[in-house]
Design a protein around this ligand. Structure first.
Ligand code: C5J
Length: 221
């Protein structure tokens, strides 16, 4: 039986047998000083601040025995999966693939590419390495989720206006019922977070639902 989660724009019908949590890109490159996000001139402290809430959300799913999926934005060491336009973009001192304080930016296996210690995946959880912003591009995630019978996705992670929103829109187009946990996601820009949330819930939930962690905790227990 579905669990009604109080949410905007109306209660989210969480199907406990077919729901997975997707935690997007909580990797050191976006969250810690010396990583990719920092190199672009962003205040990474805004993102670091949500770690306790994301941890609580992951804990809630683990307690229920529900699937937890983690994603990372990652490129191969030879950057063959990174479009030249993505490398060229911007005027930051370091580009993707160049070496920063935590190794080569956004490159698989480098220290900066690891999920932050306090949210590290445990045995049985899935880690999806994605070369794009969206979690379905060149990852095989859609086939994996459909094979598992997953129909509902709860989303968290960073950044809301880039990889989270792209992934949620992609999931919506593929027929998944999506709930974004609003205090388990963040932007480098406060106004972007507010705008992204309004875009998601507008027009009767045109992209999906939004709720705080406390609403899930209360409804699920
Ligand atoms: C960005 C992401 N912001 N994970 N990636 O480049 O949102």
């Amino acid at each position: 039986m579905d669990i009604a989660i109080p949410a905007r724009p109306y209660p989210y019908p969480l199907d406990p047998d077919h729901t997975a949590l997707v935690v997007i890109d909580m990797q050191r490159d976006f969250i810690e000083r010396g990583g990719f996000g920092d190199s672009l001139g962003n205040d990474v402290a805004r993102l670091e601040a949500i770690i306790p809430v994301v941890s609580g959300l992951i804990g809630l799913f683990r307690k229920q025995g529900w699937l937890v999926i983690h994603t990372r934005e990652v490129h191969k060491p030879d950057l063959s999966d990174c479009p030249p336009s993505k490398i060229r973009r911007g005027n930051a001192p370091l580009k993707i693939g160049e070496t920063g304080a935590m190794g080569r930016l956004l490159v698989r296996g480098e220290p900066g590419n690891q999920i932050v210690d306090s949210l590290a995946p445990i045995a049985g959880e899935i880690v999806i390495d994605k070369p794009g912003k969206g979690m379905f591009w060149a990852t095989g995630l859609e086939e994996m989720l459909k094979g598992l019978g997953t129909t509902h996705l709860v989303l968290a992670g960073v950044t809301i206006e880039v990889c989270v929103q792209t992934s949620m829109r992609e999931a919506n187009d593929r027929g998944f019922e999506c709930l974004l946990v609003e205090d388990a996601t963040e932007s480098y820009f406060s106004e972007f977070k507010a705008a992204a949330i309004e875009m998601i819930v507008a027009q009767g939930g045109i992209v999906g639902w939004v709720a705080p962690l406390a609403a899930l905790e209360k409804a699920i227990g």
